[in-house]
Design a protein around this ligand. Structure first.
Ligand code: ZN
Length: 240
């Protein structure tokens, strides 16, 4: 069952947002994607976006007519203000506040403001994001409480009726693969393994069972552990 409503997926080209895109294509009749150029150290992430979109439309022909425009919003000014390990040459470590240095303060909030402004113009009501508070790296802007507050603020401030959907919020990384399996079987799992990109260092030379990456940065460790956990547990597919 699809709903006639339109959705805008916050789509980085990573594993989580790729699963969110599939989730949205499975249920909404019109789906657009938005990505952000905030001066990431690696454009690999932005290239992965095109590959994932194209392959999904190819492998799942019933999704193809639902997949609408892709938007890339320039947010380099924000990146310059909120500089951290993702946008500058700085080691990935824990800070005094107990947050990884990869945390970009306010990033998800800024992304959502831009996404909502775009959704307003495009006539899309649902914003879909891959935020997750289960295995998450301690990012306070991934919490559902934060997003509930953000949803209220956006609706008040834009006189809108947006809904922020976070299909991965309560899932572990292993569950996320089970959800991909439920949405598109092994074809979708393989497509996401091959074309999505999560490594903080932008490494794409070595193909590992769980995809490409350096294998040692926090994003790779999380991705590898989640994939291996999913295989080991033999978990049944999750239907969205
Ligand atoms: Zn890595």
């Amino acid at each position: 069952m699809t709903t006639p409503e339109g959705a805008l997926v916050l789509f980085s080209g990573g594993q989580d947002s790729a699963v969110c895109l599939a989730w949205a294509l499975d249920r909404f009749s019109r789906v657009e994607t938005v990505g952000y150029d905030y001066g990431q150290r690696h454009s690999v992430e932005l290239q992965a976006r095109d590959a994932v979109r194209a392959r999904m439309a190819e492998a799942f022909p019933h999704w193809a007519p639902r997949l609408g425009e892709d938007h890339v919003l320039e947010m380099r000014g924000f990146g310059a203000v909120a500089q951290s390990a993702l946008t500058a040459e700085r080691a990935i470590e824990m800070t005094a506040k107990g947050l990884p240095s990869t945390f970009v303060p306010g990033r998800n909030l800024a992304f959502l403001i831009y996404a909502a402004a775009l959704a307003d113009r495009r006539g899309l009501r649902v914003l879909v994001g891959g935020m997750c508070e289960t295995d998450f790296s301690g990012y306070p802007d991934c919490r559902r409480d934060t997003l509930d507050a953000m949803q209220s603020a956006l609706n008040l401030g834009m006189a809108q009726d947006f809904v922020i959907e976070t299909p991965l919020m309560r899932l572990t990384k292993a569950d996320t693969w089970a959800l991909a399996q439920g949405l598109g079987g092994r074809t979708l799992v393989d497509l996401i393994l091959e074309h999505s990109h999560t490594c903080y260092l932008g490494e794409r030379d070595l193909r590992r069972p769980w995809g490409y990456g350096c294998g040692t940065c926090p994003a790779c460790e999380l991705r590898a552990r989640g994939y291996e956990g999913w295989l080991a547990e033999g978990r049944p597919a999750i239907r969205a």
